[in-house]
Design a protein around this ligand. Structure first.
Ligand SMILES: C[S@@+](CC[C@H](N)C(=O)[O-])C[C@H]1O[C@@H](n2cnc3c(N)ncnc32)[C@H](O)[C@@H]1O
Length: 289
């Protein structure tokens, strides 16, 4: 299936779940919609209890003009203006606003994943508890190929945290336990075949072949998102990523198949990069399933 060809086909998700008086899709095909909007604005137009799983990779707020190491060279840590902190209180207010919308639109048995680093993950954890989500796991995504710490003043940052939560404690959430236990995860040197999946996942940062169509400064590895989608959704699930970036969550959704995806980002260049990635992978769809 080539998404470009199907661009004008209306999505199955559209009529049922979205109020079109205020937002319009930037791109859509049968199983996906992309919005070029602020995520809080776009989420406010989604129906209550309409989404099965949310993966969110919000700004890390670490772009403070410092330096880091990339491919052996000293480079700026700045990811873009969208990643600058507006101060503790405003950052907290922003995170609370979108997490409230997320809770409203999640189905009762739906779950949310939020990824972050020490710059934002403690605010997220605090807010998830404040908003009465029920935390299921905090996953350590260990990056075996993380960049060294050039300043040599702290330990080298080599993980991110993913908090997985459900809407409330009593809800019966989806967890594909057997698939996680018995599936094959060749990228993960810490996973033992046919043993329970543990909460530390070793997955390298995206390889050059995941960046063929351009770079997003905080692009997640496809293997990470495939695992998340496989673990916590089923056929016909609707998956939302309010911080779509280069569309890794959407790509994982389409490659796994039988699911629908809604992506939101307020940066046109990133949505265009997403569309290029969708077209490429879908053109070669049979190779990846
Ligand atoms: C950490 S990146 C997500 C990267 C993504 N997970 C990937 O694999 O490419 C965060 C994204 O959120 C977008 N963003 C930041 N603030 C936003 C907002 N208020 N509404 C919608 N998108 C926003 C940025 O443009 C950026 O692409």
């Amino acid at each position: 299936m080539n998404i470009e060809i199907e661009k004008h086909k209306s999505s199955k998700i559209v009529e049922e779940n979205i109020n079109y008086t205020r937002i319009h899709p930037y791109f859509q095909s049968e199983n996906l919609i992309l919005y070029l909007n602020d995520c809080i604005e776009a989420m406010s137009q989604l129906q209550d209890d309409s989404i099965d799983m949310i993966f969110a990779d919000p700004p890390y707020l670490l772009s403070n003009d410092g330096v880091t190491c990339y491919a052996g060279k000293m480079v700026s840590v700045n990811k873009g203006d969208w990643d600058r902190s507006n101060g503790f209180d405003k950052d907290l207010m922003f995170q609370e606003s979108w997490l409230k919308q997320a809770k409203r639109i999640l189905k009762p048995e739906g779950t949310i994943w939020v990824s972050g680093t020490m710059h934002n993950i403690f605010q997220i954890g605090y807010l998830l508890q404040k908003l009465n989500y029920h935390i299921l796991n905090d996953i350590v995504w260990y990056k075996p190929n993380a960049a060294p710490n050039l300043a040599c003043t702290t330990f080298a940052h080599s993980h991110e945290t993913l908090i997985w939560a459900k809407k409330n404690k009593k809800a019966k959430h989806i967890f594909n336990y057997e698939m996680m236990k018995n599936g094959t995860f060749p990228e993960d040197k810490m996973k033992t075949q046919n043993k329970q999946m543990r909460s530390v996942w070793s997955i390298p940062t995206p390889m050059p072949d995941e960046k063929l169509f351009g770079k997003h400064p905080t692009q997640k590895p496809l293997a990470l998102l495939k695992r998340i989608v496989l673990a916590s959704t089923r056929d016909n699930s609707i998956i939302l990523d309010p911080f779509n970036g280069s569309g890794t969550t959407g790509l994982a959704t389409l490659l796994i198949g039988n699911r629908q995806y809604i992506g939101i980002d307020n940066n046109k260049d990133y949505l265009d990069l997403t569309i290029k990635r969708f077209n490429h992978y879908n053109f070669n769809h049979q190779l990846f399933v």
